[in-house]
Ligand binder design. Structure first.
Ligand code: IPD
Ligand code: CA
Ligand code: CA
Ligand code: CA
Length: 278
């Protein structure tokens, strides 16, 4: 089988499974959902996070027994290197939205080969939008091809930013963040990193900024972003380590440069940012 044909087949399968999983999630909203706390009162997990993760993993293992899976709820594999084919999987991104709002949550699937993004899919379940791509073939929202991102400036941009990063916290000096928030045309926070990354790929948002995100949160998003000519690094411009929690700055190249230059200059003047976490 030719290489591109192989990824076409992986994309087709993943597309079928993500649509089926989205249907299960939609139907689950008609019934009682079991909610538990994980690390704290704002870290939620439901029976559906676990069910969808198992549903997808069963199918991936059955069709691709030599592929490995990194996923949030613990049913995946122990993965310590990027060798071979790895699926980065988030069964529900935006669990808090799923529980509280019954909207703005997504399923995120990113497939990497030796650290190179090959297939990315993000399903915004309630909007019924599927953002998807195969490396080198363009990115799509449903059947519509997404154009390449245009360079913009901060003062003509809407940026996705969590209020935490502007208020007092230990991960980044708020003095670094305030001018960025002030200079932008507006800020938003949707509560699903996957949807926010998909929005950047689609041009709905211009930049996404976070101080800590896990591989399953950004796996699919980064592949989509690359496909439309966007840029993704840690917030100081350093490369992202796909197996770790990273800070993340994702944007069109123009704003990406404007923000990283600002952050680097502030760090040189003694302001702090958190180092990557294992
Ligand atoms: C969370 C969401 C949220 C982001 C958090 C993630 P989860 O994922 O993407 O937007 O701010 O850092 O953990 O837990 O709902 O899958
Ligand atoms: Ca979670
Ligand atoms: Ca997530
Ligand atoms: Ca999740």
């Amino acid at each position: 089988m030719g290489e591109q044909h192989y990824w076409l087949q992986v994309h087709e399968k993943a597309k079928q499974w993500i649509q089926e999983a989205a249907q299960l999630l939609k139907e689950s909203l008609k019934e009682q959902i079991d909610v538990e706390f994980k690390s704290s009162y704002d870290d939620l997990v439901t029976n559906m996070d676990r069910k969808i993760e198992q549903y997808l993993i069963e199918r991936i293992h059955e069709h691709y027994p030599d592929h490995r899976i990194v996923s949030e709820e613990g049913f995946g594999d122990e993965v310590s290197s990027l060798d071979g084919i790895i699926w980065l999987l988030d069964p529900i991104d935006g669990t808090m939205n799923f529980v509280h709002q019954q909207r703005h949550f997504a399923i995120s699937i990113g497939v990497y080969e030796n650290g190179v993004g090959r297939v990315g899919l993000i399903k915004d379940v309630m909007a019924d939008d599927l953002y998807h791509c195969i490396k080198g073939e363009g990115a799509y929202i449903n059947d519509k091809r997404l154009p390449q991102l245009e360079n913009k400036k901060l003062n003509e941009s809407i940026i996705a930013i969590n209020a935490t990063w502007v208020n007092d916290n230990k991960r980044i000096d708020p003095e670094i963040m305030r001018p960025i928030a002030r200079k932008s045309r507006g800020t938003r926070s949707y509560g699903s990193a996957a949807i926010e990354l998909a929005y950047i790929a689609a041009g709905t948002l211009d930049a996404y900024f976070t101080m800590r995100l896990s591989p399953w949160d950004y796996g699919a998003g980064l592949i989509l972003i690359e496909e439309v000519g966007g840029k993704a690094t840690r917030v100081d411009g350093a490369p992202i380590d796909l197996l770790k929690q990273n800070s993340l700055l994702v944007a069109n190249p123009g704003i990406h440069q404007e923000i990283t230059q600002h952050i680097k200059a502030e760090i040189a003047e003694g302001k702090f940012i958190e180092k990557p976490v294992d």
